[in-house]
Design a binder for this molecule. Structure first.
Ligand code: C2E
Ligand code: MG
Ligand code: MG
Length: 736
């Protein structure tokens, strides 16, 4: 109490308050007051503090020192300002005039929030105080009170955060989605349910935003949000992560058939044109999908799985969805390798231009050569352009590679003995570059090639983004005298209204329409006819791409395609071979190849598991389609045997042996496989990690051999193996 009385200077008090009008207080009453103050302090209702004229602490309530875990003696006689840190957070508590300023100016301090310095956990006080003066008017220090407001401050901060929905779109914001995901996954663990996380990223949003400004970009995002809302409805929660990234959380969703349909619908709907204050914009979307508990049990795991899936969707050409699978980790590593090595591919002289003939639809005489880039990696062999071009686009390397290709093709084609045309592929990313007309013009000049011989093949994705700029580039290129070709028509964001205004000389019908066009009930025939007549009306030529068989050839000729390209005539060949062919004087290509188109079976050489009677065999999968597979490795399996194929990552497919010949069996799946969004197939459902947990294993996301984790094969020892296994590895090594 001595500390209180002397420190707080009760006796020194000179100016009496209104109630202290009496000349002196009785000793008993004084003690009573002191006791009252002491119990007030101890109860933690508030604290007192005081300083001397130099701003050094002369008093602080014991309980206040306790609260911040410091000894009172350590604090006394220290400058009060050392006790506090300024509030640097941008929030409603922050004072315009910080404590230092108030103390220096000897101003009153009224309910100022300050942070206690040097404490590990945040500790916030609200302090008030008044300057004191002696009879001569000399400043003698401060006296004041304080209280702990840490809890209030934290809860207000939380509330502010919680209330935060994305202002622009009204969707949940990043914080909310994070909490929702954490809560959902937590709840799922108890209820053993699933949920899906979709990560959605807009393609080319940035272009629209950059060219037309933020108001247009904002309006576009609003329209995107409302389209997503319409598709998802109340099935799940939608959030905007900032920028052009969205997240969708769907409780109780583990059917990859349904999720694939949803992914597809999102991509399709978001790729339809937008109208913003009379302005037209087209963007695309890519979606990555991960499902708990299969792909991740905790938020970080699930989010990074969805991230990898999104990345893969983008790397496979954007405008698609993709499910997570454990291979994507390897895929991401390979992408990183490709990106790293691509930087040096030109200087290491690993890139080459090959040429594929495009022939006249009637005479089969070569009219043009399409230049196709080839990369022979010094260690990894041939890497296809379909794989490295999208990576080059993403990594900002396409300008260098594309520029090199334009130079190289113009130079080589200028040497050809017959002046047929040459077509160069130009990526949409390259097309956006303002430099393109200059790069083309430089190549034309330095090679001396006739510009009318040069065609630039551009895909529909150039129409995504800024319309005005695209038109300007078209005009500049036409001024140079080169021809423009629309490549892969019908696969992307087909927009007929643009086609009318765009100065194309030729349309290439994508090979996906040619493939399978000869099959019954397929409407590709009608699509080919309508593209041909559309091109006719617009006075453009047509090329049917990817003609592989004689029946396809007959069909596209009958439908009136003016030009043809495909393996039936020739694959892409080296520049030396082009020189030889053109030098030979015989420019007509004979169609050589299979008569008929056969429905594609993915040829895979992958080791998988085959489970029969609790035994697990290793087999090689040679072909995989939605409805069945061709496997190799077991001898004489009887027809109609029921087996389970373990396709990895918890994908178990029940199947029946339908064909059997020595070591090769054809199996039919009980439930058809579905698309993984890219060029692969997957099962609708997987073994649940909860089932694995029930079999006595720790709960974890799926990895590799789920069958063994399930305790499969435990009873195998008692029974003999029914089939003889062949060492498929050896056979594979010797296979063609
Ligand atoms: P694209 O421009 O549509 O080229 C046609 C692709 O189809 C080529 O694949 C060609 O080899 C292949 N092809 C031709 N006939 C047939 C056939 O009968 N059956 C099948 N299945 N395929 C056939 P490639 O060379 O792998 O190129 C893939 C894509 O990579 C090209 O598609 C093009 O978009 C891009 N690309 C190729 N070279 C370049 C380049 O120099 N620059 C840029 N920016 N992109 C390139
Ligand atoms: Mg092309
Ligand atoms: Mg093409």
């Amino acid at each position: 109490m001595r500390h209180l009385i002397s420190g707080f200077g009760v006796r020194k008090r000179k100016k009496a308050g209104p109630q202290e009008d009496r000349k002196s207080l009785g000793r008993a009453e004084l003690m009573h007051r002191v006791e009252l103050l002491a119990s007030f302090e101890q109860a933690g209702l508030g604290w007192f503090w005081a300083t001397d004229g130099d701003g050094r602490l002369t008093y602080l309530s014991y309980s206040a020192a306790d609260r911040i875990g410091r000894a009172i003696d350590e604090l006394l006689h220290q400058p009060i300002i050392n006790l506090f840190e300024p509030d640097t957070e941008d929030n409603e508590f922050r004072s315009e005039r910080p404590l230092v300023f108030l103390l220096k100016a000897r101003n009153s301090i009224s309910q100022l929030t300050v942070r206690i310095s040097g404490t590990e956990k945040e500790n916030w006080w609200e302090i008030s105080g008044k300057p004191q003066f002696d009879e001569q008017g000399n400043f003698t220090g401060y006296r004041g009170s304080a209280k702990d407001v840490t809890a209030t401050r934290e809860s207000m901060r939380d509330a502010a955060r919680m209330a935060q929905y994305d202002e622009l779109t009204g969707l949940a914001n990043r914080h909310r989605m994070k909490r929702r995901l954490a809560a959902q996954l937590e709840a799922n663990r108890n209820t053993k349910r699933s949920c899906a996380l979709l990560l959605l990223d807009l393609d080319r949003f940035k272009q629209v935003n950059d060219t037309h400004g933020h108001p247009v970009g904002d309006e576009l995002l609003k329209q995107v949000a409302s389209r997503i809302k319409r598709i998802v409805g109340d099935r799940g929660e939608i959030g905007r992560m900032g920028g052009d990234e969205f997240k969708i959380l769907l409780p109780d969703a583990d059917d990859r058939g349904m999720l694939g349909d949803l992914g597809q619908r999102l991509v399709q709907m978001l790729s339809q044109p937008y109208s913003i204050n009379g302005l037209r914009a087209v963007i695309g979307a890519s979606v990555g999908i991960a499902i708990a508990p299969y792909d991740g049990l905790v938020p970080d795991e699930l989010v990074s799985a969805a991230d990898l899936a999104l990345y893969s969707a983008k790397a496979h050409g954007r405008g698609q969805y993709r499910f997570y699978c454990s291979d994507l980790k390897k895929e991401a590593q390979r992408r990183a390798m490709i990106e790293g090595d691509l930087r040096d591919a030109i200087s290491r002289d690993e890139l080459r231009m090959f040429y594929q003939p495009i022939v006249d639809g009637v005479t089969h005489e070569v009219k043009c050569m399409e230049a196709l880039i080839r990369w022979e990696h010094s260690e990894r062999g041939f890497i296809p352009p379909g794989e490295f071009i999208p990576i080059a686009e993403e990594a900002g390397l396409i300008k260098t590679i594309g520029g090199w290709a334009i130079q190289e093709v113009c130079r080589q084609a200028s040497e050809w003995p017959v002046p047929i045309r040459v077509a160069i592929n130009v990526s949409a990313v390259q097309f956006e570059n303002d430099d393109l007309p200059r790069i083309v013009s430089d190549a034309l000049k330095s090679s001396g090639i006739d510009p009318a011989r040069v065609e630039l093949e551009i895909t529909e994705s150039v129409f995504i983004g800024d319309y005005g700029r695209t038109q300007r580039t078209f005009k500049d290129l036409k001024k140079l005298g080169v021809r423009l070709v629309l490549d892969d028509f019908g696969t992307g964001y087909s927009s007929l209204s643009y086609l009318r205004k765009a100065p194309f000389d030729k349309i290439k019908i994508d090979q996906s329409f040619v493939r399978g066009a000869t099959e019954k009930g397929n409407n590709n025939k009608a699509i080919i006819s309508s593209i041909v007549s559309l091109a006719g009306a617009l006075d453009m030529e047509t090329v049917a791409e990817g003609v592989e068989t004689k029946d396809e050839l007959a069909l596209v000729k009958e439908r009136g395609a003016s030009h043809l390209q495909g393996l039936l005539f020739s694959a892409a060949v080296t520049h030396d071979e082009v020189m030889a062919v053109l030098g030979s004087g015989s420019l007509v290509y004979e169609p050589r190849g299979p008569e008929k188109y056969r429905a594609p079976r993915r040829s895979e050489l992958r080791r998988i598991g085959l489970i029969h009677d609790d035994h697990r065999y290793e087999v090689t999968i040679r072909n995989l389609s939605r409805t069945g597979a061709m496997i190799e490795g077991l001898l004489n399996v009887p027809l109609d045997t029921k087996v389970v194929l373990d396709l990895g990552d918890g994908q178990l497919a029940v199947a029946t042996i339908k064909r059997s010949e020595e070591f090769i069996q054809g199996v039919e799946f009980e439930t058809p496989l579905i698309s993984n969004g890219s060029d692969g197939l997957c099962t609708r459902y997987r073994v649940s990690p909860y089932q694995i947990e029930a079999a006595g294993r720790p709960l974890a996301a799926l990895s590799g051999d789920a069958y063994a984790q399930l305790g499969g094969g435990a009873g195998a020892a008692q029974r003999p193996r029914a089939f003889m296994e062949m060492d498929t590895g050896k056979r594979m090594a010797g296979m063609p």
